[in-house]
Structure formats: structure tokens, C-alpha cells
Design a protein around this ligand. Structure first.
Ligand code: GLA
Length: 370
């Protein structure tokens, strides 16, 4: 009698347990499958092309944006959390909190992660270029050792979880007369730090795909300078596998011809291409559309802006699809017009495919209807 009672209780308990688990399992499946038409996201339209990525901040992963990310993207990048300043604030002090939360989110939801970035002249920590005691610049040897330690620690922490790294960001000058941009890196180390950064990253994770990343890559003069640097690195057998074209564009640039030329030129080196920071400013001008003196200041997304922007988005995605063999990823810089780094340039911008209420804009339809 007792045994029967225990058996019955066990059966009942199992049934209750099974039932309690059911909604959870179904819930998880429904966010990932995205099969019904209104559940379909950018990534689903582009499964046969390339991963669709987006730059995120930790707070996005805890708000309404999280749902949008999971519906539309299968790759993420940290907008700021992995840059040297935030992640390595003191020589012996790393702050992993934000970067860990981004990598954990990706692991939990099966998203790819692009690491951004290991070396840049901006958002560097204060201690990096200075000797702690003398307060003068460190020597080249010390700076390279610090770079090596930094790369080793960061790349190792996310080994196997971050599949690609922007190793070096923006070292080529825009100014046509100058080759390398003058920064504390070049002032202390010459140009050698670029190759060293790639060697350190490759040693830390031989499987990671390593990128050089820059903007204005459709400008013929800058494009040529970047091309020459990459060619030299490849000839010297530096472990570099791809070039990141940032794609901070505007309604006026690039032209189809400029864009195709860049893809053809860089891929002729045998490097894979990723568009790493895509947005289309609604204002004229390169580099995301700076304030241009005399230009009307407006905070409205006008029908004219909307039209010009959707035409640009349509054109660039036609080109991206045409060159799908050369392109291994496209990443948007921020999620929706609710927040874009371009807003910080003195006026509201509307550079993305989702509006301030996280709803797809007309430009979105141009990107997915093909
Ligand atoms: C550059 C950097 C990015 C980001 C943008 C602005 O393109 O590569 O990390 O800082 O500027 O957000």
C-alpha cells in the first residue's frame, strides 16, 4: 500500500514537473525559430548571404531592444565595452563586467560575437602611454609589452567565444599628404605596433579571424593608402585575414561605383570583407555627416530624408548581395534611431533601419524585399 502510494506520488510529481517545464521550452523555441512572416528578421532574409550584426551596450540586453536584437540579428559587437579604456582602466586592473555580459548574452542565444577593438588611438586608458613614476612617455619596449599583455588577456578571456577581432582601428590618416595618423602610438613606436598587434592577437587565439578596421574606405586616396599597408603586411606574412570597412555613410555617399571599387580592390588581396559599423546619416557629408556650416539645423526626419536614405540603403544592399562571396558580415552601428552615436554630433540623426519606437522604417522594406 505504502509502495503504491510512493509510486503514485512520484508519477504525479513527474507530471507536474514536466508541465512546469513545458512553457519554458516552447518559449525559447519560439524566439529562435522566427518562422511566421512578422517574426522573420533581417538575419532570416540574409541566411544565404552573410551574418547580420549590431553594436550593443549592456543596457540594450536588459530592455525592449533585446527582443529586436534577437529577431533581427545573429551577431553582436560591443559598441564601447571592449575598447581599451573601458575594459582595462588600470595597468593591473581589468573591468570585465560589461564585456562579460555581452558575451554571455551571445552564448545564451547562440549569437556570433565580433570583438571591437584591441588597438585604437581613442578611448585609451590614461595610464597607457605614461610612465607611472616619471610621468613622461613610456619607451617603445614598454608600450609594446603593455600592448602584448592587453591583447593576450582580452583575447584569451573570450577565446572560442569571440570569432573575429578588429585588431587595429583607424591608423591611416584622412589627410592625403600624411600616411599614418599621428598619435601617441606612432610617436612612441613608429609604425611597427600595427604588425605587432596582429602577431600578439594571433598568438593568443590562432583561430580568431583578425581584421584591420577603418572609415572613409571609399575615398580613393585613403583607400589606396590602406590597400598599400595591407599589401605590405600580407607580403611580410603578418597574420591578418580581413578588412573591416566601417560604413559610416550618408545619404550622399558612397556611390555604387566607389563602393564596388573598394570591395574589388580589398578582396583582390585575398582578404575577407566585413562592413563593420553601418549607418546612413540623413545629413550630407562623409564620416557620418558632420555639421556643415550654413546647413539647416533640424531634428525632424523629413520625407525627403526618408526617401534619400531608403534609396541609399537599397543600393548598398544590392551591392552587398552581389558581392556575397567576398563579404563575411554586415554589422549596424547601434540598433534603432532611438539612440545613435551620431546624435552626439550636435543634432538628432536617424541613421538606422528601425525608428525611435523600434519599428521597421521604409528603408527596412527596401533591404529585405529582393
Ligand atoms: C569609430 C569606432 C567605433 C565607434 C565609432 C563611433 O568608428 O571604430 O568604435 O567609436 O567611431 O561610435
Amino acid at each position: 500500500m505504502n509502495k503504491l502510494f510512493i509510486g503514485f506520488s512520484c508519477l504525479l510529481a513527474s507530471l507536474i514537473l514536466l508541465n512546469a517545464c513545458k512553457p519554458k521550452i516552447q518559449g525559447k523555441r519560439s524566439t529562435q525559430a522566427a518562422s511566421s512572416p512578422d517574426q522573420k528578421g533581417l538575419k532570416d532574409f540574409y541566411t544565404d548571404y552573410f551574418p547580420m550584426g549590431v553594436a550593443v551596450n549592456p543596457r540594450d540586453l536588459r530592455s525592449d531592444e533585446a527582443k529586436l536584437i534577437l529577431q533581427h540579428f545573429n551577431s553582436i559587437t560591443a559598441e564601447n565595452s571592449m575598447k581599451m579604456g573601458p575594459i582595462h582602466p588600470g595597468e593591473n586592473n581589468y573591468d570585465w563586467r560589461d564585456s562579460d555580459s555581452i558575451v554571455n548574452f551571445a552564448q545564451q542565444h547562440g549569437l556570433k560575437v565580433r570583438g571591437h577593438n584591441l588597438l585604437w588611438h581613442q578611448q585609451t586608458p590614461r595610464w597607457l602611454f605614461r610612465d607611472t613614476l616619471s610621468h613622461t612617455d613610456v619607451t617603445k619596449e614598454v608600450l609594446l609589452q603593455r600592448l602584448k599583455d592587453h591583447i593576450n588577456n582580452v583575447v584569451n578571456r573570450y577565446k572560442g567565444k569571440i570569432y573575429a577581432w578588429d585588431v587595429v582601428n583607424e591608423v591611416i590618416a584622412d589627410d592625403s599628404a600624411i600616411y599614418f595618423r599621428s598619435t601617441p602610438w606612432t610617436q612612441i613606436c613608429g609604425e611597427e605596433f600595427v604588425a605587432k598587434a596582429f602577431e600578439y592577437a594571433h598568438a593568443a587565439d590562432p583561430k580568431a579571424i583578425l581584421f584591420y578596421n577603418d572609415y572613409n574606405t571609399e575615398n580613393p586616396v585613403k583607400r589606396e593608402k590602406i590597400y598599400r599597408m595591407l599589401k605590405k603586411m600580407l607580403e611580410a606574412k603578418i597574420p591578418i585575414h580581413g578588412v573591416g570597412l566601417q560604413a559610416h555613410w550618408s545619404v550622399n555617399n558612397p556611390t555604387r561605383e566607389e563602393l564596388e571599387k573598394s570591395i574589388q580592390l580589398f578582396s583582390s588581396l585575398g582578404l575577407q570583407i566585413q562592413f563593420t559599423e553601418l549607418d546612413i546619416s540623413v545629413y550630407a557629408g562623409r564620416q557620418g555627416g558632420q555639421l556643415i556650416r550654413g546647413q539647416a539645423q533640424t531634428a525632424a526626419f523629413t520625407p525627403e530624408m526618408e526617401q534619400k536614405q531608403l534609396e541609399k540603403y537599397k543600393m548598398i544592399f544590392e551591392v552587398f548581395r552581389k558581392y556575397k562571396k567576398e563579404i563575411s558580415g554586415v554589422t549596424f552601428w547601434n540598433i534603432s534611431d532611438k539612440y545613435s552615436w551620431l546624435d552626439g554630433r550636435g543634432r538628432k540623426n536617424f541613421p538606422l533601419l528601425f525608428d525611435q519606437n523600434l519599428k521597421p522604417k521604409k528603408a527596412y522594406q527596401e533591404v529585405v524585399n529582393f
